[in-house]
Design a protein around this ligand. Sequence first.
Ligand SMILES: Cc1ncc(COP(=O)(O)O)c(C=O)c1O
Length: 509
Amino acid sequence: MKDPIEFMQQNLAWLPRGIMSALEKFLRKLPPVQRIIEAEYAKIMPELEAGAKPYQNMLERNAELPDSGVARTRILNEMRKLKKLEEQRWQKGFVSGAVYHGDKAHVDFLNQVYALNSQVNPLHSDLWPSATRYEAEIVSMTAHMLGAGWTDDPEQQIVGTVTSGGTESILLAMKTYRDRARAERGVRYPNIVVPITAHAAFDKASQYFNIKKITVPIDGDFRADVKRMRRAINDNTVCVVGSAVSFPHGVIDPIAELSEYARERNIGFHTDACLGGFILPWAQQLGYPVAPFDFRLPGVTSMSCDTHKFGYASKGTSVVMYRGENLRHYQYYTITDWPGGMYFSPTFAGSRPGALSAACWAAMMSIGAKGYRDATARILKTAADIKKGIQAIPELEILGDPLWVIAFRGRADSNIDIYRVMEFMTHRDWNLNGLHRPSCVHLCVTLRHTQSGVAKRFLKDLNAAIKYVRDNPQESGGMAPVYGMAATLPMRSVVGDLLKRYLDVLYRV
Ligand SMILES: Cc1ncc(COP(=O)(O)O)c(C=O)c1O
């Protein structure tokens, strides 16, 4: 055997996952295989490292505390310089997602609010009752945007907490369902049933909290496959998941059917509206086709919705919501016999940045329903123009029928390597999201792209990228080989290791 990895790629990709990973474990211990893998890493790592550390030769390195403090003005000047360098791309609308509003007046306002509240810690609700007010109102405003009705029944009220981001909202919800199922149904081996397109945070929850994740393929429209989801549910299922919209392809899963089935089986259903929560309600009002996804569906028992995305708050807040106080209680942490005193906290963190909650509240209050509706109208109009432009490129096709998170790939007969298209776009300053299984890239349209000329520039560069890749089919570079490797390599742990090495690089001084 010349190259065992190549052999596995070509001959064994069909093996069931368990057998493949046992084989993989065995093979990776063999010195020749280790040498091949190291050689692959050696090819890829330097380029990744150079990309991650552009300031290596420009700034001094501080591996230890400075003897005496550096002057504040010097620190501020250096930060201003870096800010200027880094804000160009997102300000001009070259970036997919990431900064969702970014207008100077809005950012300045949020920064003022942060400055006013920078010492606030919601852990001390007695010291800062203002933070308690902001957080209670953030949850209530978000819940009512997402179909919460007015009711005195505590088990039908939509309640929730403010968290640090979409991932924390999802982690908390999954832990909550696990604990409820254990307490109320005696479930010892819990599982969650998720479409393969559900955000990585569900996998993270499964790893962190020892919950089995049952992953279900999607249908031809890139939405959760209802029949297969139903079949996957069993007596140990603590929660079924759907996205509105999904991160990869920006489509809404069939949440009405899925949540109703979960309700019939008395199982929780979580709608992940981290990405779509602040767009879909307004899109619906504006007359766009939006399938039901929120608390108006009786089977939806929890939702996550990110204020720090299309809620236009500063980075670091999201909302997790539940149908009924009983469910929320499973999220809370309390300890009554700790020598440090009576201790309780609603989320994973202890101390929390109250300034971020204040800024989130201020963003929501200053924008209001009309502001969110107008912003959504602008985003969806720009996205429609971009979709039309992509559809006009014969080599490309859009995946599913998205509203504003637009995933596209080379048509099967076009021979276009979509990762090379992404690479070309990177050289033109664009920052798109590379996706795989299937190979594609996406642009998440934000308010930055609604600036004059941005959509046109995107389409012009995309057309140039297609022409270049078509005319130069052999070249490769940047992230293209990494995605290529992940797409073809059966040895998942090799790619996983590569990502861990990349994280190590990020933390190297
Ligand atoms: C659908 C969806 N869920 C969850 C998340 C996770 O959010 P965060 O990055 O804030 O943790 C994202 C992030 O893009 C998302 O798109």
